[in-house]
Design a binder for this molecule. Structure first.
Ligand SMILES: [Zn+2]
Length: 386
């Protein structure tokens, strides 16, 4: 009897004191594990290990032991959070906290909602599920179709300072491309695609390699016996970048995939050696055709895309009706020089695009064309030279 009484007493003691279970924390739908210490709830606010949560949201963090202050940086956002104060700072602006960061058993715990929201996350609490979810909408991606005349150069700005350049225009356009990248605060170039060895695509690359450190260069592996080709090869050799031939590989930048759709094939025509690539961000896809013509189009699959960089400056040898039916773009961008001697873009291609109700943007008319997207929707802005 006595034993039963003790058991009952223990149970009543357990239930008399409300024990709050540690809530589950999810970031973009994936559970976060806190190894150093469990999340705890204080005054209705969840506190979690400081370094773990800052790093989980993609910030770098420094802890100053003397001032007991964490400094966290992500992109252009800087957050100061002190263990001894209920005033935090976001980009120099003070912010009053309901519950300050605190030290528990030698561990620094930070208010979860504040950290999530400070870096632009959406923080939601589901009491039934005891779940806190932090959601970061994908950062913006900007695809710049630079006006380089009768030539191609496309700069892609990705989150976390990742930069891709597809072609760099002709030799004369090289300095303009470099100047354009400088204006966009490009620090270095993670990935460069040299679509094919024609002057209007690779002529400007030596100038870019001179100005920027490029980490990886992908080309078709097909060279021509021209001064342009030789200058390109020498510049690439002295860059010290990883240099590979297109072979259907993918590059990942967070959730964003940049896919090379072509590989080591033999073609009759230099244009068809173009490295064709696809940028996939959320629900929005961009297809970059270089100067690839119908023979290549017929061999590509899984090409549906919202934005099509039309092949070969709008020449009638590209953008076949069957291909267009498979891409079903909303927007076609044509990189083309005003009054060029090739008659690009071809009236038949323009008509085909118009008949399919595809919005047409042309560098000869609209100047630099910038498509910005968060992976859900996109908008387009144009900048003509003054
Ligand atoms: Zn071209």
């Amino acid at each position: 009897m006595k034993k039963l009484f003790s058991v009952v007493l223990i149970f009543s003691l357990l239930f008399a004191t409300p024990v709050l279970a540690a809530p589950t924390v999810e970031l973009n739908g994936k559970p976060l594990a806190f190894v150093e210490a469990e999340p705890t709830i204080e005054n209705g606010r969840t506190l979690v290990p400081l370094r773990a949560i800052f790093e989980a949201v993609g910030a770098t963090v420094d802890w100053d032991q003397d001032t007991q202050t964490a400094t966290a940086n992500k992109g252009s956002t800087k957050v100061l959070l002190s263990a001894s104060s209920n005033i935090a700072e976001i980009n120099g602006q003070p912010k009053i906290l309901d519950v300050p960061a605190k030290i528990v058993n030698g561990r620094i715990l930070a208010p979860l909602r504040f950290v999530g929201e400070a870096f632009g996350g959406i923080v939601e609490w589901s009491p039934e599920a005891e779940l806190i979810s932090i959601t970061f909408l994908q950062d913006q991606v900007h695809v710049h179709f630079i006006d380089v005349g009768q030539a191609d150069s496309i700069y892609i700005s990705l989150p976390d300072n990742n930069d891709i350049l597809i072609d760099a225009g002709g030799k004369k356009a090289g300095p303009k491309v470099v100047e354009y990248l400088k204006k966009q605060n490009v620090d270095d170039i993670e990935l460069m695609i040299a679509t094919h060895p024609h002057e209007d695509h690779i002529g400007g690359i030596p100038a870019v390699l001179e100005a920027y450190q490029v980490k990886t260069i992908i080309d078709s592996g097909h060279l021509t016996n021209t001064a342009t080709s030789r200058n390109y090869s020498e510049a690439v050799a002295s860059e010290g970048a990883v240099h590979n031939q297109a072979d259907y590989q993918s590059f990942y930048f967070g959730d964003i995939e940049f896919k090379v759709l072509t590989g080591n094939n033999k073609w009759n025509n230099v244009n068809d050696y173009s490295v064709v690539t696809l940028l996939d961000i959320g629900n929005i896809r961009f297809l970059f055709m270089g100067d690839a013509e119908k023979a290549v189009e017929d061999k590509l699959y899984d090409v549906s895309a919202e934005i099509l960089k039309v092949g070969h400056h709008g020449s009638s040898t590209s953008t076949s009706p069957d291909f267009l039916d498979r891409v079903t773009p909303n927007v076609a961008v044509i990189s083309v020089g005003e009054g060029n001697s090739y008659g690009h873009p071809s009236p038949s291609v323009i008509k085909r695009l118009e008949d399919s109700n595809i919005s047409i943007y042309r560098t000869d008319i609209h100047g630099d064309i910038v498509v910005s997207t968060d992976g859900c929707s996109y908008d387009i802005s144009c900048h003509t030279a003054e």
